[in-house]
Design a protein around this ligand. Structure first.
Ligand code: SF4
Length: 359
């Protein structure tokens, strides 16, 4: 296997995440860094261009696409897909199993990523195994915060071997913004490099973009660099109403982005969950969305109905190939939240079962 040169370190190491292809999605509305009391080092610069590739381990095995990845790609070509969040308690495999069983047959895959409220998680490959044992396709979130490039490549290799549907490659939130500020952040790689690494291992990939985070005008060009690195789907952070999503996709097309978009759909079933969603960095919810749900006599039913309605509007946008309903359940409400996601998935016609595994 050809060994390629490392991407050279950039002198802009004033970034607390040591990013070269920033900015991350956590830039404040005023251009402030999400973790340091200074202006984000990237907001006034042109977009950094992706230079090529990343090195992989000698002897690393390029996997054929997993059956789950092939099926999901076929579904994307056939109809809109629903990739939901997975509301399970951290460090609790039984909770993952329980929620996965509720969602089985109702959504096309689950995105199981990091949580800002419970940063210590079971390893992604193990969670993927538990999810898939319940018959669900697993699209695993992988962040660069807690692992160096050696550990990330090992995790990518494990995700390829366990046969996930895909991997969502993010730089990750800084440890200072989560529940373990005592942990030293790593950020040896960032999302743009991680997506290239995942592709080298044969995984289907997605990348994130936050259209409402500064520098708003440069976000489409930044997404184009993630696509150049190997991003195959773009999961969009909440960025306002349906027209805001449409405008970002149109501008991304003008920037040369040809991949499909999967916008996030905020799912709110109670006040605590609403407050959590509104705390997400760079998240802009549709005007009146949360207020309408919380004012309803039954917030649970209103939240499910609002998510279905917003999903249907988003799916009508040219370039949208699926939706990602998710949210932040309060501890103890994971099962109710999973039922809400299942209702949304069913209403949108998602949830073909996983075909028998061939490896
Ligand atoms: S906002 Fe993000 S990209 Fe910008 S300096 Fe801070 S950590 Fe780095």
């Amino acid at each position: 296997m050809t060994r390629l040169p490392l991407v050279q370190a950039d002198p802009r190491s004033a970034c607390p995440k040591d990013m070269m292809f920033g900015p991350c999605g956590g830039v404040g509305a005023d251009g402030a860094c999400e973790v340091s009391p200074v202006r984000c080092t990237f907001v006034d610069d042109p977009v950094a261009l992706w230079p090529g590739d990343v090195p992989v381990a000698a002897g690393g095995v390029l996997h054929a696409p997993s059956p789950a990845a092939v099926e999901l790609a076929e579904l994307v070509r056939a109809r809109p897909v629903v990739i939901s969040g997975l509301p399970a308690r951290a460090l609790d495999a039984d909770s993952i199993r329980q929620c996965a069983e509720i969602l089985h047959g109702t959504v096309d895959a689950v995105l199981a990523g990091d949580s800002g409220r419970a940063r210590v998680q079971l390893p992604p490959a193990y969670r993927a195994h538990v999810i898939q044992e319940a018959g669900l396709r697993a699209w695993m979130g992988l962040s660069c915060r807690d692992r160096n490039r050696v550990a990330l490549e090992g995790e990518v290799a494990a995700l390829a071997d366990v046969g996930v549907a895909g991997v969502h490659c993010v730089t990750g939130d800084h440890t200072l913004t989560g529940t373990r500020p005592d942990a030293r952040p790593v950020f040896d790689m960032e999302s743009t490099e991680l997506v290239a690494l995942a592709r080298r291992w044969g995984l289907a990939t997605s990348v994130a973009e936050s259209p409402a985070a500064p520098p708003v005008d440069l976000r489409p060009a930044r997404l184009a660099q993630k696509v150049a690195a190997g991003g195959e789907l773009c999961f969009l952070q909440y960025c306002g109403d349906v027209d805001d999503v449409r405008r970002f996709i149109d501008r991304s097309r003008e920037a040369g982005v040809t991949i499909g978009f999967v916008p996030g759909v905020p799912v709110v079933i109670d006040r605590a969950g609403a407050e959590l969603l509104e705390s997400f960095a760079a998240a802009v919810l549709p005007p009146g969305y949360v207020e309408g749900i919380l004012a309803a006599p039954d917030a649970y039913q209103a939240g499910v109905a609002a998510a279905i309605d917003l999903s249907e509007q988003l799916l009508a946008i040219d370039g949208v190939v699926g939706v990602l309903p998710a949210g932040g359940p309060e501890p103890g409400t994971e099962v109710a939240f999973a039922h809400a996601l299942a209702s949304i998935g069913r209403a949108l016609g998602a949830g073909e079962p996983l075909a028998p595994r061939t490896r």
